[in-house]
Design a protein around this ligand. Structure first.
Ligand code: C5P
Length: 391
């Protein structure tokens, strides 16, 4: 199951690690979760309501006395698919273990049957105190997933068990309790999107009809599955993406520079961009007059995909794209072999299909010789099918 659109309620306890939960909100959103934050009144000493409202884009309540007509504790309990309490202080853990309902968060926890994840953070003496350990045990027996805090430096000079874990570890646990997939967690994916443009003069260029929609759909799907994504976007002005690094380029030469710099660090290269096969041999400083436009001399561009696949190390995976109007499978098989790819998706662009559309049709070719037909699918669907195959 995908995490997209699943509702998470983030309860924030009154510990200094509350500031780290700000990043957690962002990263959960990158994974497609929708987040509502319910801070305890004490936690507002560390991070204020406005910060949570701005990060989540939703109103933030802390007490059952806020917005009484909406019966917030019951409404939030009903809509939340998962509850994460991060950071959970010794006091909050004690109140949860006792089944108290003395602020909005503890009311929601009591009223909700959702899967619950507790992320404790406190000083080692408080964590190791038998009272806290007993309370943690009670919560675990009731089915809460309670993480052990990490060992390391704490506020002040102390070192010990009590640190708030890295965001990636919390996300992993969230995916565990939610049954959603983060099967690309921490994988570095480099995606090229759009189409390159080769200047003829300061005004004109040679370009192609690639919109960048497929590359961005792949990037979005990879982010939702936990990957660290870098998109090299060639002329995709209107597309927006949160949670990925985006480098904008115009020409094949610029795309090549970024690829040569970043390829060795990625686990997966998805070469979705339509790269111009040739460029004008020279670009004058001034606009070419109409009567001199009868012929433009072209020189071939390097095949960047071929170049990267020659540099590929054994742990890396490369997916190529092709656009064909005839002899689809024959041309695609030849490309898969010649460019030494793991997977190739060939778009059937006959009769103007696919370019600029939200849908695609074509075939996925695997190195094993297997072919998966995509008769008509959204670009989001194809993105996830390709990511399944690369795994
Ligand atoms: O040979 P063809 O252009 O059909 O191959 C398409 C694949 O090769 C795409 O993945 C495209 O990004 C890549 N390509 C490239 N450099 C070129 C031409 C295509 O990397 N000069």
């Amino acid at each position: 199951m995908s995490s997209a659109g699943r509702e998470v309620l983030l309860g924030v306890g009154g510990g200094i690690a509350a500031y780290k939960a700000c990043d957690l909100v962002r990263r959960m959103q990158d994974h497609g979760f929708l987040v509502t934050v319910v801070p305890t009144p004490a936690s507002l000493n560390f991070v204020g309501k406005a910060t949570w409202e701005a990060l989540s884009g939703r109103p933030v309540l802390t007490q059952v006395w806020d917005d009484v007509p909406s019966v917030a504790h019951i409404r939030l309990a009903e809509v939340s698919d998962y509850i994460i309490i991060a950071p959970a202080t010794a006091d909050l853990i004690a109140r949860l273990a006792q089944g108290r309902a003395d602020d909005l968060l503890t009311n929601v926890v009591l009223a909700s049957g959702a899967a619950k994840l507790v992320v404790p953070a406190m000083h080692p003496e408080m964590w190791n105190d038998p009272a806290t350990q007993t309370n943690v045990e009670i919560l675990r027996q009731r089915g809460f997933l309670v993480l052990d805090p990490e060992v390391g430096r704490l506020t002040g000079n102390e070192i010990g068990a009590g640190r708030f874990p890295e965001t990636a570890r919390i996300l992993e646990s969230l995916h565990e309790i939610s049954g959603t997939h983060a099967d690309l967690l921490g994988k570095r994916i480099l995606v090229t999107a759009g189409g390159t443009r080769e200047p003829i003069d300061p005004v004109r260029f040679i370009g192609n009809r690639s919109s960048g929609k497929q590359g961005f759909a792949i990037a979005q799907a990879a982010i939702a599955r936990g990957a660290i994504v870098h998109v090299i976007a060639a002329n995709c002005p209107d597309l927006d993406l949160e949670g990925a690094q985006i480098t904008r380029v115009e020409t094949t030469a610029q795309l090549g520079d970024v690829l040569r710099n970043d390829f060795s660090d990625c686990d997966v290269l998805i070469m979705c961009a339509a790269v111009a096969d040739a460029r004008p041999s020279s670009v004058p400083e001034n606009k070419i007059k109409k009567d001199k436009l009868a012929a433009i001399e072209l020189v071939p561009n390097p095949d960047l995909l071929l170049e990267m696949s020659a540099l590929k190390s054994s742990g890396q995976v490369i997916i190529g794209f092709a656009a064909e109007t005839e002899n689809l499978l024959e041309n695609a098989k030849e490309k898969l072999t010649r460019k030494n790819l793991d997977i190739l998706y060939v778009n059937d662009v006959s009769r103007g299909a696919v370019f600029g559309s939200d849908h695609t049709k074509g075939s996925i070719l695997l190195r094993s010789g297997e072919v998966i037909q995509i008769s008509e699918a959204s670009k989001d669907t194809l993105a996830n099918v390709l990511l399944d195959q690369l795994l």
